[in-house]
Design a protein around this ligand. Structure first.
Ligand code: COA
Ligand code: AMP
Length: 634
């Protein structure tokens, strides 16, 4: 099948206008485009310029009109609340049009921003689709982020309305969201006029008169309203993701290119069509949730599962398999971490014995590097193709993958396979020269990026150019390093920047360092991602204390962990920290994070010639060894 795959890829590169015009036939347009690809403002490219459509119409209404009204659109499965129910396309249309009516009634208009800070409940999807219906730009903030992170995003997006809920449910218990929201609003410099709050039965939230409205009350009198026609190039959403500084990047996605690319990917990559069941076990707060819990499956008229629970402990490592069997899931998508967690709790796959997984055709993994052990365990136990694929918040859909709905190719462990049509992936050295097969380098994508990828960073075009386009002219810098083998298979090995990947969650070490430095006792901090058997990576902090600090080490560590949890959120999973006398630096003052990471993970490293004080590396190695890393014998 490799030839068929290669031909399709070649056609997408030689004639992108034709390729994407064909793909766009799966979408209903209000009016057609002037040009498929407008490159007149390169490096800012505009797909389907001049066309009009509505993403919500394509994801909801048109399926009702086509006779799918009675089909389940969203199957909600919540083991943590013991609740399961399906929402049909007709019910989804009713909910979304009414919520859009509520937004419209309080003055939310096209182009206004709406922040969504909610747990994994169907109302979160209604909220996103309602924004899309009226052309408001949503920005979903992951529930595991703390008030301060929410405030940062509120200040940047400047929403007119925030939708939130009284609580989320985590295995550790009920997490009250409303106090976090109140705290964020108190911190934010931007004033938010309206909040719509979903009160869940597990916890009642107190409402602030004049600002907060109870969800049911707001919906009770709201009119149903129709979809508005939007420009293909109008923004659909902003999704903040970690950059190398503490200030997150607001990735902007458009309407037209996004709908076309996601619909194309559902069929060609995930092998999903109308009527099929698809499950992406992620969270709507991440890009996987945006693309493959909400928009992708709904755009093609499939049934999407929305799961409020974990792979293990809710209640056991068989939860995923039972859910797949019960809801006839054809393609399943999760992160390698989830498989590692299941493998740890059920190494022999005993929970698989009592389920019939004949409905399941493919398992897709992404979000972090998939180590071959995890891949082989899943293949061995599930007896299904297990497909690693690589992408990022910025791209919005897969960059390298095995096209399971078009022309599957051989699976090679450790590789997300080949470039997806539309993406020209190259591996280059620091000078921008392509490296030979099997040689490592920076992974870049030749411009223009295909439809559905980021169009810019929210109100910060300069940062978009500086972060992604300025290092190699004519190329998008992915921030990942890796290589291609002799067959053109890509291998993504690491990041080239200070981003770490904790349980598939992308976090900035720069942000950790900022927070640690807020502590009165800390003069300087360095945070690195160290290897972790379950989560792939976990953050490890080394701090230099101010002169004269006499705080007990255990007490200091407890305070630092508490501070990170309070400022970034529980998702940071910050449990490793120690004081050191000095950090290793170059003579120009750059902290040698990469060298420290290699020491911690027992990898080869060179002592840079520019090191200020070589003894600092010994100090760090001893500390890391004491913390259970950096095996002293290597
Ligand atoms: N709202 C509030 N808190 C949240 C949250 C949310 N939406 N999501 C996570 N948290 C909290 C968790 O309760 C936990 O808090 P704790 O320190 O009090 O226990 C913390 O954030 C870390 O959560 P998580 O990353 O889920 O780790 P875990 O140790 O609870 O579970 C796994 C480990 C492997 C089971 C879990 O990480 C997992 O399911 N990973 C799948 C990865 C994934 O879906 N990635 C998305 C990208 S594809
Ligand atoms: P996010 O933007 O949160 O989706 O994170 C994207 C980053 O996660 C990528 O840039 C990679 O560093 C990493 N990543 C995602 N999928 C894979 C994969 N299949 N293999 C290796 N790394 C991956």
């Amino acid at each position: 099948m490799k030839d068929k795959n290669t031909q399709l890829h070649a056609s997408s590169i030689s004639d992108p206008q034709h390729f994407w015009a064909q793909a766009a036939q799966t979408i209903d347009w209000v009016s057609s485009w002037e040009k498929v690809l407008d490159d007149s403002e390169a490096p800012f490219y505009h797909w389907f310029k001049g066309a009009k459509l509505n993403t919500c119409y394509n994801a909801v209404d048109r399926h009702v009109e086509a006779g799918r009204g009675a089909q389940v659109a969203i199957q909600y499965v919540s083991p943590v609340t013991d609740t399961e129910y399906g929402i049909t396309y007709a019910e989804l249309q009713a909910q979304v049009s009414r919520l859009a009516g509520y937004m419209d009634s309080i003055g939310v208009k096209k182009g206004d921003r709406v922040v969504i800070y909610m747990p994994m409940v169907p109302e979160t999807a209604y909220a996103m689709l309602a924004c899309a219906r009226i052309g408001a730009i949503h920005s979903v903030v992951f529930g595991g982020f703390a008030a301060n992170e929410l405030a940062t995003r509120i200040n940047d997006a400047k929403p007119k309305l925030i939708l939130s809920a009284s609580c989320g449910i985590e295995p550790s218990g009920v997490v009250a969201y409303k106090p976090l929201l109140d705290n964020a609003l108190a911190q934010a410099t931007h004033h938010v006029e309206h909040c719509l709050i979903l009160n869940r039965s597990q916890l009642e939230a107190s409402l602030q008169a004049g600002r907060d409205v109870d969800w049911q009350t707001g919906m009770a009198t709201a009119p149903n309203i129709d979809c508005v026609a939007l420009e293909a190039t109008d923004p659909l959403y902003i999704l903040y993701t970690s950059g190398t500084t503490g200030q997150p990047k607001g990735v902007v996605r458009d309407n037209g290119g996004h709908s076309v690319a996601l619909a194309w990917s559902m069929k060609h990559i995930y092998d999903i069509e109308a009527g099929d069941s698809f499950w992406a076990a992620s969270d709507v707060g991440w890009v996987v949730g945006h693309s493959y819990i909400v928009y992708g499956p709904l755009l093609v008229g499939a049934t999407t599962l929305m799961y409020e629970g974990k792979p293990i402990g809710t209640p056991d490592p068989g939860a995923f398999w039972r859910t797949i069997a019960k809801y006839n899931v054809k393609s399943f998508f999760t992160a390698p971490t989830a498989i590692r967690a299941i493998k740890r709790d059920d190494p022999d796959g005993e929970f698989l014995n009592s389920v019939d997984l004949s409905c399941l055709k493919n398992v897709f993994l992404a979000g972090e590097r998939c180590d071959p052990d995890t891949l082989h365990w899943a293949e061995d136990k599930l007896k299904k193709p297990v497909i690693d694929h690589w992408w990022q918040t910025e791209t919005g859909w897969p960059v390298a993958a095995n096209l399971m709905g078009y022309a599957p190719v051989e699976v090679k462990a450790g590789s997300p396979a080949l470039a997806v049509p539309g993406y020209q992936i190259e591996v280059v050295d620091v000078m921008g020269e392509q490296v030979a097969a099997n040689e490592s380098g920076n992974v870049v994508i030749k411009l223009p990026l295909p439809p559905g990828t980021l169009t810019t960073l929210w109100q910060n075009e300069q940062r978009y150019v500086d972060s992604y386009l300025s290092m190699y002219e004519g190329y998008y810098l992915t921030g990942d390093a890796g290589y291609k083998d002799d067959d053109g298979y890509l291998y993504i090995m690491s990041r080239i920047d200070d981003i770490i990947n904790v349980a598939g969650h992308r976090l900035s070490t720069g942000r950790f360092e900022e927070v640690l430095c807020q502590h009165d006792a800390v003069a300087e901090a360095a945070v690195i991602g160290v290897e972790d058997e379950l989560k792939g990576q976990v953050p490890l902090g080394l701090v230099v204390l101010k002169k004269g600090v006499t705080l007990d080490e255990q007490e200091l560590n407890k305070q630092l962990m508490g501070l990170v949890r309070k400022e970034i959120g529980p998702v940071a999973a910050f449990r490793l920290v120690s004081a050191v006398q000095k950090l290793p630096k170059t003579r120009s003052g750059k902290i040698l994070r990469g060298t420290m990471r290699n020491i911690a993970d027992n990898k080869k490293y060179n002592v840079p010639a520019t090191i200020e004080d070589p003894v600092t590396l010994d100090i760090v190695r001893n500390t890391l060894t004491r913390m259970g890393y950096a095996d002293a014998h290597v």
